[in-house]
Design a protein around this ligand. Structure first.
Ligand code: ZN
Length: 337
């Protein structure tokens, strides 16, 4: 089985985006929030059949771990109450997708984060999504201020109530920023990769995994700059009297394969232990075009993993399936096997 651990509902019905736009405008102008939209099953089906589902079939992916549009989480917009309503609506729509296509999608939730609000306020929505909607993880924004980096590091004790709940429910978090507050920092080309890299350095500097030995994070987009600069981070770990990196990440930090070219995936899987790499494409997402050099979509990442010569069949199987089942233990139940 091929499990893609990173997909967002980027093709959601247009009225979801229209509602969000109106919600933010109403907040900024002090007006009445618009009524929440509802989505018929047919409407939802139409957005997926010729998009993610078609591409999954063409590329040979069986199931995608699916979450709301990351760039639209917009935790820096509005206030905490608005973030709560928006998260609930977005998560309910993912649940509808998973109900319609249980063989193809398993849900991961957006959290109702907001600048200045404690992460403990996200516990109730996480619990609702896991216990009532059957979700198997969450996306955790390391910077709800949208690029200002005004909040505490992910390793701050204020996150501990959320981590205690994640451990209790046995669900991981994908570290995932949202949109950028400034045009000077492009969201998918700069802000995302910076967020990934920053989160890793926060983990390196802390003892969070001593406090939570079973807490698990996926750092997406190939881990930002981390694998390419692995020597820098190993050196920093020695300089800062931290444990060796391979030991630090072993049971706790994982990277996905959303790098979008073969040499990048080759480097990733040469530097990072195979047990810590999960297959993902993040399609349909940041890069939607065909690579003119190869004639294939940049985000058809399965091709790159298939081509890796230094991997055994067992290693490849871990990246495609085994590691995802280990990091997301609730996946087995969600898939019924
Ligand atoms: Zn993403």
């Amino acid at each position: 089985m091929i499990i893609d651990c990173h997909g967002h509902y980027t093709t959601a019905p247009l009225k979801l985006r229209e509602f969000r736009k109106a919600q933010v405008a109403a907040f900024d102008k002090g007006g009445m929030e618009p009524d929440e939209p509802t989505f018929s099953d047919d409407e939802v089906r139409e957005t997926l059949v010729d998009a993610q589902l078609k591409l999954q079939k063409e590329r040979g992916t069986d199931v995608t771990i699916f979450s709301p549009i990351a760039g639209l989480m917009g935790h820096h917009l509005g206030d905490e109450a608005m973030s709560g309503r928006w998260s609930r609506l977005s998560n309910n729509l993912i649940h509808q997708v998973c109900r319609l296509f249980p063989e193809s999608f398993v849900g991961v939730c957006q959290l109702p984060q907001s600048p200045g609000a404690p992460a403990s306020n996200c516990v109730a929505e996480l619990e609702r999504c896991v216990t009532e909607l059957g979700f198997i993880g969450c996306n955790l924004n390391p910077d709800p201020s949208g690029g200002h980096w005004q909040g505490p590091a992910l390793t701050d004790r204020s996150f501990y109530p959320l981590y205690e709940k994640m451990v209790e429910l046995d669900v991981p978090a994908m570290v995932h920023v949202s949109s950028s507050c400034t045009d000077a920092v492009h969201h998918t080309g700069a802000h995302y990769l910076a967020g990934d890299t920053i989160a890793f350095m926060q983990f390196l500097q802390s003892d969070i995994f001593k406090d939570f030995p079973t807490l698990r994070f996926i750092i997406p987009h190939g881990g930002g700059a981390v694998p390419y600069h692995w020597g820098r981070y190993r050196g920093l770990a020695y300089d800062l009297k931290r444990p060796p990196l391979a030991e630090m990440i072993r049971n706790n930090v994982f990277f996905d394969t959303c790098v979008y070219h073969y040499p990048g995936v080759e480097l990733l899987t040469s530097v990072i232990p195979v047990d810590n790499v999960l297959f993902a494409s993040e399609m349909i997402g940041a890069v939607r075009c065909v690579d003119p050099d190869t004639g294939h979509y940049f985000d058809d990442t399965k091709r790159y993993v298939d081509q890796l010569k230094h991997l055994s069949d067992e290693d490849r199987s871990k990246i495609f399936e085994g590691n995802a089942r280990k990091v997301f233990p609730r996946l087995n139940k969600a898939l019924g096997h």
